[in-house]
Design a binder for this molecule. Structure first.
Ligand SMILES: C[S@@+](CC[C@H](N)C(=O)[O-])C[C@H]1O[C@@H](n2cnc3c(N)ncnc32)[C@H](O)[C@@H]1O
Length: 268
């Protein structure tokens, strides 16, 4: 990061993380940077977020957004380490499919599922691109902390709509955008970033770099509507029991504002 870099806030957990600089969004560069991160140190630095968890303090066990998945054809966007596919596979989904930009993550999913006696059709591709997934085919498409990596939100939601049957479900979770603006420490909460700023930035984490932008909640809602979805539920609330078991700056922050959101939408 050179002398001309514009440094800015990047929030993970309770506080500021890594050195972040503003960048122009170039799709191929973003894909190269992010797939390198996930092909190498990804989960070691950021861990995994997988069902039944939608994020640190929101769980499918409480929210029950999926309903009965038995006999359903299910696709995960950004399948990562494969733990969420295991969760739906063990609940008797009829077909498991996963896609991810990272070869390494796809291989992790394959091995993880195989170790649990499960298998899936796995495709390595950016979610923004045509990748051979069948159209009008799935009962549920879901994504846990992966949708926000897209360089083209409206295009990605349109593609996801095309994979789904009519009236089928799309459920995804991501960092709540208000959480990305606020830092917590022993003195309380401090607003550090403009909520309306959706510009792209690169951040150094561990030995790696990630490039992303923080979109407003309305950007997600409006892009869903544009792609032909009807929203059925928006979850912002942290789970009280999960909060009670944690006593740190991040949990204190999650008591005051949403850190994860989950959207459940249906294809019209
Ligand atoms: C935070 S992880 C979440 C994945 C999964 N829930 C887990 O915990 O293992 C984000 C995943 O999105 C994938 N990803 C990032 N950008 C992507 C893109 N443009 N298209 C498809 N997958 C992408 C990464 O390779 C990574 O596996």
């Amino acid at each position: 990061m050179d002398n001309h870099s514009v440094y800015r806030t990047n929030v993970i957990g309770a506080g500021e993380a890594g050195v972040a600089v503003s960048v122009d969004m170039e799709k191929n560069v973003v894909h190269q940077t992010n797939s390198l991160f996930w092909n190498t140190i990804g989960n070691d630095v950021l861990g995994a977020t997988s069902l039944p968890l939608y994020g640190a303090f929101v769980s499918e066990e409480k929210c029950q957004l999926f309903g009965d998945v038995s006999g359903k054809r299910i696709l995960e966007i950004g399948c990562g380490s494969g733990q969420s596919l295991q969760y739906v596979g063990e609940r008797h989904a009829s077909e498991l499919w996963g896609m991810d930009i990272s070869e390494n993550q796809i291989e992790k999913t394959r091995q993880h599922l195989s170790a649990h006696g499960l298998s899936a059709q796995l495709i390595c591709s950016p979610m923004e691109d045509t990748c051979g997934l069948p159209e009008d085919y799935f009962d549920i498409v879901y994504s846990i902390y992966a949708i926000g990596w897209t360089t083209d939100l409206e295009g990605t939601f349109s593609r996801i709509a095309s994979y789904l049957k009519k009236d089928a479900l799309f459920i995804f979770s991501w960092s709540h955008p208000i959480h990305k603006c606020v830092v917590a420490d022993k003195n309380g909460l401090t607003f550090k970033k403009n909520y309306f700023d959706e510009s792209w930035y690169s951040v150094s984490l561990g030995e790696g770099t990630l490039t992303l932008s923080d979109r407003k909640l309305s950007t997600y809602v409006n892009a869903l509507a544009q792609a032909g979805f009807v929203i059925e539920q928006l979850v912002e609330q942290s789970d009280e029991e999960m909060l009670q078991s944690r006593n740190n700056d991040f949990a204190n922050k999650a008591r005051m504002l949403p850190v994860t959101f989950v959207l459940k939408a249906r294809k019209r």
